[in-house]
Design a protein around this ligand. Structure first.
Ligand code: PLP
Length: 391
């Protein structure tokens, strides 16, 4: 059966490929340690579940009205962005989305005409380039390697801009590297765009999972110009351990949000109504649960990066946030007789039964991604196995 060229050209998700291989080995009865999944191991906090349950009991089982988000959620998002991010929005500047992923896709489709360029720092989250290509755009990559802490410089951004540049994707803290830009670094990047019409898509999924007491600064909060030229994305997925609920939101210029909402009504009709109420409860409720999860991620991240750095041939920048490390393992390629990160991760899985994601899926073939959103026992076992694998 023929499938469209568009779908033939679409890359498979590398993270899902690892999960599938892990599941297949487990089905054979093999004890696999998986550091592949990008989702918190914690359960969704009870008060959020109860809000969903109460919404169902009230009969909130119909299409959301409007599809772009019930008033309670839009108000909760507006309050969150004002309280935590110093940003002021009106309800027509907010859209509720099916996870962060739908928001980003709606934005690319709303912004891009064929051949429009989108600047994406590498390593990147897997879906950015694929979503850009799906709607006819052209990803333009800027390389940020381990030596620069996986962060791009203002000069690199300036050099990448062409007359065709329509958008810039900014993700801090980052999946897959855990790198986090400081407020000053964010200001400096925003300043480069100050005399352009480039729209920044600021993916702030991990804004609350920042380590070492660092302060988070939203890209849109850097200046009035940035506010007028930025779409901000977030979701319940990572902050409130709600990956399976599929609920997120975006905020930004009215015209863009209107375009995204129009596309949403013709494609998905938006997120499930009762999950919108759960997300509102998550944003309005006690935030202690987020702080506790962040503290756990921080100590696990420290443990993993220190353990990896002790290994010969492995260089692992300490994560600034999120729940990933992205060690450079290329100095071990020759002794293992592998040519890149895919073969490296494949060998680790087959021989030592540890699942990690090859860096090539994120645009950097020297590295692999390890998620530390899993228990300390699992992480300790994974580190023992990786050490033995490299010995
Ligand atoms: N953006 C980044 C950087 C992510 O890591 C993820 C999830 O892995 C998403 C967006 C999408 O999140 P969601 O599961 O809410 O669609």
């Amino acid at each position: 059966m023929k499938v469209s060229q568009r779908i033939q050209d679409l890359a498979e998700s590398g993270t899902i490929a690892v999960s599938n291989k892990v599941a297949a080995l487990r089905a054979e009865g093999i004890d696999v340690v998986s550091l592949g999944a990008g989702e918190p191991d914690f359960d969704t906090p009870d008060h959020i579940k109860q809000a969903a349950s109460a919404a169902l009991d009230r009969g909130e089982t119909k299409y959301a009205k409007p599809a772009s988000g019930v008033a309670e959620l839009k108000t909760a998002v507006i309050d969150k962005l004002a309280r935590e991010n110093n940003l002021t929005y009106a309800p027509d500047q907010i859209i509720a989305t099916i996870g962060g992923k739908e928001g980003l896709y709606l934005a690319f489709a709303t912004l891009l005409d064929p051949s429009d360029e989108v600047i994406i720092p590498t390593p990147y989250w897997v879906s950015y380039p694929e979503q850009v290509k799906l709607v006819g755009g052209v990803p333009v990559f800027i390389d940020a390697g381990a030596a620069s802490g996986f962060k791009i410089t203002p000069d690199q951004l300036r050099t990448a801009i062409t007359p065709r540049t329509r958008a810039f994707v900014f993700n801090s803290p980052s999946n897959p590297t855990g790198a986090a830009y400081s407020p000053e670094e964010t200001d400096a990047l925003a300043a480069v765009l100050a005399d352009t019409d480039v729209i920044t898509l600021s993916d702030e999924m991990y804004d609350r999972l920042l380590f070492g007491g660092q302060e988070f600064k939203s890209f849109a909060a850097t200046s009035t110009h940035a506010y007028d030229h930025t779409l901000t994305f977030n979701a319940g997925s990572k902050t409130f351990s709600m990956t399976g609920w599929r609920i997120g939101y975006a905020a930004g210029p009215v015209e863009l949000i209107k375009g995204m909402s129009k596309l949403q009504t013709q494609t998905t009709s938006g997120a499930a109504t009762f999950t919108m109420h759960a997300m509102a409860a998550a944003l309005n409720g006690d935030q202690t649960c987020v702080d506790e999860m962040r503290d756990a991620f921080e100590s696990r991240g420290r443990f993993v990066s220190e353990a990896l750095n002790r290994l010969e041939g492995v260089a692992c920048p300490a994560p600034g946030g999120a729940f990933y490390v992205f060690p450079d393992v290329s100095d071990t390629f020759a002794s293992l007789g592998v040519s890149g990160s895919t073969a490296w991760a494949g060998r680790l899985l087959e021989e030592s039964h540890v699942g990690v994601v090859p860096g090539s899926d994120f645009g950097n073939d020297a590295c692999v991604r390890l998620s530390f959103a899993t228990s300390m026992d699992t992480l300790e076992e994974a580190m023992r196995r990786i050490e033995a694998f490299l010995d």
